[in-house]
Design a protein around this ligand. Sequence first.
Ligand SMILES: Cc1ncc(COP(=O)(O)O)c(C=O)c1O
Length: 399
Amino acid sequence: MTDDSFQRTDDRFRNLSSVRDSPDPDFGFDAPFDRTGTGSSKWARADAPGVIPMGLADMDLPGPPAVAEALERRARHRAYGYTVCDPASRVLVADWYRTRHGAAVDPDWVLLLPCGPRTALRVLLEAVRTRAPVLFPTPDWGGFAQLCRAAGLPYRELPLRPGPDGYRLPTGPLPRPTGAVLLSNPHNPSGTVWPTDSLRTLAASAAESGALLVSDEVHGDLTHPGSAHPVAVTTADPAHRPLVVTLNSVGKTFNCSGIPSSFALVPDPGLRARFTEALAGYGLWEGGLLEQTVQRAALREGGPWLDALLTHLAGARTRLTDRLGPAVLSSPRASYLLWLDAVALGLPPADARRALLARCGLEASDGAEFGPGGRGSLRLNYALPGPVLAAVLERLERL
Ligand SMILES: Cc1ncc(COP(=O)(O)O)c(C=O)c1O
């Protein structure tokens, strides 16, 4: 065999293996993606020509083709009447957890909800029937405080302590009385993946106070390659499991939050029954037409798309964290969120969002939206097509 023919053989094998192993077929993440005329809230918020919106948490990336095809197929049948819940969809959720997270979820725990996670959480808290304060960290997703205020529930915010790699969950006993503990897992705003043992400890502390731990895992399926997402209901000690709920949705993962849906893993049958009853009081029954069409297609066929997305997001994260260095607070390992210290960026902490907009034409979320622990910070959403990410990196040079 000559050197030349050896080279050709080698190339042939390299091509074959790249076809077989490639996690990244072309889903269009590196092409411009125009959302004009779609009523996108994120773009409406940006509100000025030339601004790149990096605030609201949805993606400027095309979702899985399988979801679009399923919607088209279903739309062609022109009866959109009441629908029932298909029990096979609970099994589909359990299979998803087994294959993506190695978590053993009992299909009986699964509730398939025709409302977004925000509404589901609000109704769940109603079903818990507590008057004791609801506890959650700060910074954390602003929806926790908002929905407690709206429901007239007292709440307390626990400041997250920074460790060498970023925020740490509380480890000691929780204040008593506590009715429920809410946690975004992974953490919104910082993209931190909570260590398994810290989550287990928090579940134990909550159970010792008689409080329900609600783990809001809507960013969990977006955990980047190399990190593992701890699913709260299967991470908690089985003795504490009846006081743990995992809440999830395909909305963030598959970029379809405009079609409200969520699913809850509720191991305790009593709580499941109370939750179902409270939902029915709002006309929310399991198995809605549109959301089940989307959810089934996403979970059944969306895996390869999600793998490619995670590769894209992890690449974008590395480029941005390399560029922004010490301004990046906590260690982002999930989702598409960067949590930044305004002072380290050279921005005035009290007015950082406006200053970033004026200097760089980048719209961010103001850290104060994430509670008192978020003051002086900014959250940037980097779920962007390749060319837009390149423009963002260029604009950041103006800081
Ligand atoms: C942690 C977390 N929970 C819940 C939600 C609410 O999702 P939705 O508004 O789709 O109900 C969000 C949205 O940003 C979120 O980040």
